[in-house]
Design a protein around this ligand. Sequence first.
Ligand SMILES: Cc1cc2nc3c(=O)[nH]c(=O)nc-3n(C[C@H](O)[C@H](O)[C@H](O)COP(=O)(O)OP(=O)(O)OC[C@H]3O[C@@H](n4cnc5c(N)ncnc54)[C@H](O)[C@@H]3O)c2cc1C
Length: 373
Amino acid sequence: MIGRGLIGAAAARHLARGGQDVVLIGPDEPRQMADHRGVFGSHYDEGRITRSLDPAPFWSRVSRASIARYAGIEAESGIAFYTERGVLMAGPTGSPAMARIGEVAARDGVECARLDDTGLAACFPDFHLPPGTEAWHEPRRAGHISPRRLVAAQTRAAERAGARVIAARVLAIDERADGVTIRHEGGETEAARVLVAAGAYTGALTGGAVPLSVMARTVAFFEVSETQAARLTALPPLIYLHAHGDGPYLLPPIRYPDGRWYLKLGGDSVDVPLSSPAEINDWFRSGGNPTVARELDAQMRAFMPGLRIEATHHAACVTSFTPEDRARIAPISERVAVATAGCGRGAKCSDELGRLGAEVILGHALPDWATAG
Ligand SMILES: Cc1cc2nc3c(=O)[nH]c(=O)nc-3n(C[C@H](O)[C@H](O)[C@H](O)COP(=O)(O)OP(=O)(O)OC[C@H]3O[C@@H](n4cnc5c(N)ncnc54)[C@H](O)[C@@H]3O)c2cc1C
């Protein structure tokens, strides 16, 4: 396994539990982003939205399968990462995006309730959304996860099932007829087969075998007092869908490793592609785009005008997409396969993406739903 992120650690757990001899290779989270000289991951955070509702059948299915296993992963590892708070998906009343959410809830049998302007104001008075907004509230099997703790949980569970971890960056993969040599910062490891789940670096590591579009993302953090956090922490994450579909998303107060409470807002208005590992590294080191952070700041103050913000900061991250807007989980040669491309929503469903990766590297065909639609 190459890549100790959300998908790679999940695949390692599935393979190790299945009795395979697994080595999981990937570096630790950098201590300092600004002067780090190695690779980066998209899981260095405490908040990712999780929800079953997703218009695309693939994403809906992998999300529901993963969410159903959260409790088991927490029990296996002893590491908690899931907070059930429900989710609110809001948008202009009668917009195609909102109508689609209603259809999807019915299609997938996802429990949720529609709220109009008045219902929204009554149930969630802390959110001030534009007049003429409606929302779908998914109360259960939704909320937020800590991606950092999910990686830790998957890794620990994989180790408990017999996997070995090498905390190193992989430099090259040399495939031969009789095996694969993985050259990494700690030396060389021989493997019969290799699954590459290196996030935004998967394309470069596999010699361009995977056509990934990697996008720069800026997220803004809003520190609040412990008292405010206690009052607001039970809020569901909010996704606001403009009529065309995309929009900002907001996470309620979450305690971070520095002991402070932050709300988070993301949703860049423009896609900025990063075309090489060097550009990805520079982007992470930059800490994000201050102009986008200012836009997010204004949006946050409009969404929650009653919020008393103690301090703000912003950070950089990346999302990876395939042309088909579906994760790429497939062999690329006799002994090497990939499991990558969360398409901006791969954290919540990473356990099922990892399971599918494990299937592929064992030579099993994926079901039709995972390769089409
Ligand atoms: C700002 C932001 C907000 C998001 N919000 C959500 C959300 O609300 N809900 C949701 O479900 N998803 C969300 N996502 C998406 C989610 O975080 C990603 O889909 C997910 O992290 C992808 O998992 P991955 O395993 O493919 O990649 P990563 O999590 O990035 O892991 C890749 C790993 O590969 C390692 N690696 C890279 N190169 C090498 C190498 N050469 N050798 C060894 N290891 C290597 C890295 O160190 C890293 O640990 C968000 C992403 C961003 C950026």
